[in-house]
Design a protein around this ligand. Structure first.
Ligand SMILES: [Zn+2]
Length: 117
């Protein structure tokens, strides 16, 4: 299952970041996922929560920001919202359209509550 292995790598990254920054309690994990990234939000957020259960970060908030896909035509400059990676330009029919956004998959931020001494 694709989403589960992605969730595992995200959790590894979170653990590494948290170790690097030292103290503080993790409150939330924010992810950015593009509409054409091929990742199912629901399956991913479910997997992520499941993997987190086995770490000290069980119960942290998971926020997934979905990015709408956008493409720009190299031939006529038209920008449009592609339905897939291979959508032709709606204005001139060219397939030379480049995806500007929509394939993102990244950990955007970790919300950490500073520990009080
Ligand atoms: Zn075009």
């Amino acid at each position: 299952m694709h989403e589960l292995s992605l969730a595992c790598s995200v959790v590894e990254l979170v653990e590494r970041e948290m170790r690097r920054h030292g103290c503080g309690r993790l409150c939330a994990i924010e992810m950015t996922v593009g509409g054409l990234s091929g990742i199912d939000d629901d399956a991913f957020s479910y997997s992520l929560r499941m993997v987190l259960e086995r770490t000290p970060f069980a119960g942290v908030r998971v926020e997934i920001h979905r990015v709408d896909p956008a493409a720009r035509c190299d031939d006529c400059g038209e920008t449009f919202r592609p339905a897939s990676l291979y959508t032709p330009c709606p204005r001139c029919g060219s397939y030379a359209a480049r995806l500007v956004s929509g394939q993102e998959f990244r950990l955007s931020s970790l919300i950490v509550e500073e520990g009080k001494e």
